[in-house]
Design a protein around this ligand. Structure first.
Ligand code: ADP
Ligand code: GLC
Length: 487
C-alpha cells in the first residue's frame, strides 16, 4: 500500500464551501482499490470537531505559531481523519475563510501556515506508527506544505500540489515570512517569494514534486496569461511536472436511483420520476407547475461563474416560455440581479439564496437544463452531477466543462454522442445562441430523452482519475503500480 496524507481546508460531508470539499471527501474512498491509503488532515473548525467525539489525541503543541493545539486522529463520516484542533485558529463561526461580515480572517496566513507546517511534521514521523510517503496538498491553504518539505530535513518525503482554482492564491505581505518557520533562503524565487510578498499557492507550485490541476483543458489554459493569473511563467517552466487529472464524483452520494433528497428516485431506463421532482423544484422556488423547459443554476454567484451573462439573458429565457430556478449566493450585485428578475417574473423565475445541499440534489433530479456559463472553470462538478441525473448541461467551453460535456453540434448529433450544449466565448450573445439551441433540442422530445440517457450513462466516476493519481504517487516513490497493488 502507498500511504498518502491529503491536506485540505474543507472535506465533504464535514465542511464544504465548494467543489474542493467534494473532491477531498471522495478521493480517499476512490483510491482504496488502487493500493493507496489516504488519511486527511483538516482544520478543527466547529463542524469538524463536533464529529470527532471518538478521536484520539496523538500529538500536542504548546506553541503552534503562538497558540495551543493538539492533533486528534479518528474516523468520521467514513473518512480517516487527522484533525488539527487549535481553537484560537479555527473555533470561529461561519465560513472557514471569512468572518461574519464577509471579510477574510486577517490571520488566514497563520491559520493555513499552521495546517501546512503540521502536515510536514506528520510527514517527518511526528506520530508514532504513522509515516506518509506522499503528502497531497490541495489549494493555497495547503500550498506551504511542499515548501516546508523542500526546505526541511527529509530527503525522501514527496509532495503533490493540486490546484483547484488559480483565482485563489493566498498571497500575503513579506512581513509574515519571518513567522513562517522557514529558513531565510526560502524567501526566494525557488521558494515562497512572490512579487515581493509571500505566495502560498506559488510556493506549492514551485516546490512540489508533482503539480496537478483538475482537468486537462485547465492544465493547458493555466500556462497562458489569461488563465494563469500570474503563475503561467512558473507553470511553463515546470510543464513536465504539471498534469491535468479530471475530477470524478461520488457515485453513491449522487445516485438518482437511491438519492433520499429526491421526491422520487429514477433510473436511465425509467425517468418518469423526473417529472415528480420537477414539480417539487417548481414548488420550492415558487414557480408555476408548467411543462416547458426548466433551466437551473446551482452555484456560487460570482463573476467566475458567468452569472452576469445569465442575468442578461433572463428576459429572453422567460419570453421563450422557459422557467429558471437559481440556488446560490455570492456577490450582492449578482444576487440582486437574479432577485429582481424573480420579482419581475413571478412564477417563472425563482431564487433561493444560501447553501442547501438537499435542494441542490433535488434540482439535479428535476430541472431540465443545468446552466454553467463560467468564464473559467478548473473542473466543475455541477455539470457532472447534472449528467448523472439526466439534467442536460449547458456550459461555457472552458476548463473541465470542455472536457466533460459533448456539445450537440451537427456531427455529435449524427454520431449520437452529444450530452449537452457548449458555447464560447463567454459572452451574453454566445449564451443567448446556446439557449436557443437548447430550446430547439428540447422541442424534439425523443432525441432530448436520448441525450439525457447518454448523459446518465457517461462515466463521471473517479475510476480513471483515481488510477491516475495512484500512478503519480507510485512514480514519485519509485513503485510501479503493480508493486503498490501487491504490497
Ligand atoms: P466551485 O468549487 O468552483 O464552487 P464546483 O462545480 O466544483 O464549483 O463545485 C460546487 C459544489 O458546490 C457542487 O457540489 C455544488 O452542488 C455545490 N453548491 C454550490 N452552490 C451551492 C448551494 N447554494 N447550495 C448547495 N450546494 C451548492
Ligand atoms: C474549484 C474549481 C472547480 C472545481 C473544484 C474541485 O472550486 O472552481 O472548477 O471543480 O475546485 O476541484
Amino acid at each position: 500500500m502507498i500511504e498518502v496524507l491529503s491536506v485540505a481546508s474543507e472535506v465533504y460531508p464535514l465542511i464544504k464551501t465548494g467543489g474542493l470539499a467534494d473532491v477531498a471527501g471522495a478521493l480517499p474512498g476512490a483510491l482504496a482499490e488502487f493500493g493507496v491509503t489516504m488519511r486527511t488532515l483538516v482544520p478543527g473548525y466547529p463542524a469538524v470537531i463536533g464529529k470527532m467525539s471518538g478521536g484520539r489525541e496523538v500529538a500536542r503543541f504548546n506553541d503552534l505559531f503562538g497558540v495551543d493545539a493538539r492533533l486528534l486522529a479518528g474516523r468520521a463520516e467514513g473518512l480517516d481523519l487527522i484533525v488539527l484542533d487549535a481553537p484560537a485558529l479555527y473555533d470561529r463561526p461561519g465560513n472557514p475563510y471569512m468572518g461574519p461580515e464577509g471579510w477574510d480572517w486577517p490571520d488566514n496566513w497563520k491559520r493555513y501556515a499552521a495546517l501546512s507546517w503540521v502536515a510536514s511534521e506528520l510527514g517527518l514521523g511526528l506520530v508514532e506508527g504513522y509515516r506518509p510517503q506522499v503528502i497531497h496538498a490541495h489549494d493555497w491553504q495547503a500550498g506551504l506544505v511542499p515548501a516546508y518539505v523542500k526546505f526541511g530535513p527529509s530527503a525522501t518525503l514527496k509532495t503533490v500540489m493540486t490546484v483547484h482554482n488559480m483565482a485563489f492564491q493566498g498571497t500575503f505581505g513579506a512581513q509574515v515570512f519571518p513567522q513562517l518557520r522557514l529558513p531565510p533562503h526560502a524567501f526566494s524565487m525557488d521558494g515562497v517569494e512572490y512579487y515581493g510578498g509571500v505566495g502560498y499557492l506559488k510556493a506549492g507550485v514551485e516546490c512540489a514534486d508533482v503539480v496537478t490541476t483538475v482537468s486537462p483543458t485547465y492544465a493547458a489554459e493555466i500556462r497562458t496569461p489569461a488563465f494563469g493569473m500570474g503563475l503561467e511563467g512558473l507553470l511553463n517552466s515546470r510543464s513536465a511536472t504539471v498534469h491535468g487529472v479530471l475530477n470524478g464524483i461520488d457515485m453513491d452520494a449522487w445516485n438518482p436511483a437511491t438519492d433520499p433528497a429526491l421526491a422520487q428516485t429514477y433510473t436511465a431506463s425509467s425517468m418518469q420520476g423526473r417529472l415528480v421532482n420537477k414539480r417539487a423544484v417548481q414548488e420550492a422556488f415558487g414557480l408555476d407547475a408548467l411543462d416547458g423547459p426548466l433551466f437551473a443554476v446551482v452555484s456560487r454567484l460570482t463573476w467566475q461563474k458567468g452569472i452576469d451573462l445569465l442575468a442578461a439573458n433572463i428576459d429572453m429565457l422567460v419570453a421563450s416560455g422557459a422557467q429558471l430556478a437559481v440556488l446560490g449566493s455570492g456577490d450582492a450585485e449578482l444576487e440582486n440581479a437574479v432577485r429582481s428578475a424573480a420579482m419581475q417574473y413571478p412564477g417563472k423565475v425563482g431564487l433561493v439564496t444560501g447553501y442547501n445541499e438537499k435542494l441542490s440534489h433535488l434540482i439535479q433530479g428535476g430541472a431540465d437544463v443545468m446552466m454553467v456559463p463560467s468564464r473559467f472553470e478548473p473542473c466543475g462538478l455541477t455539470q457532472l452531477y447534472a449528467l448523472r441525473y439526466g439534467c442536460v448541461p449547458l456550459v461555457c467551453r472552458v476548463g473541465g466543462l470542455n472536457d466533460t460535456v459533448i456539445d450537440a453540434n451537427v456531427a455529435a448529433i449524427q454520431a449520437e454522442v452529444a450530452t449537452g450544449v457548449q458555447f464560447a466565448p463567454p459572452s451574453e450573445a454566445a449564451l443567448a445562441d446556446a439557449i436557443r439551441r437548447v430550446l430547439a433540442l428540447y422541442a424534439d422530445e425523443k432525441s432530448w430523452k436520448k441525450m439525457q440517457r447518454r448523459g446518465m450513462k457517461s462515466d463521471v466516476s473517479w475510476q480513471a482519475s483515481a488510477a491516475r493519481y495512484a500512478e503519480l504517487y507510485a512514480s514519485l516513490i519509485g513503485y510501479t503500480t503493480d508493486d503498490s497493488q501487491d504490497d
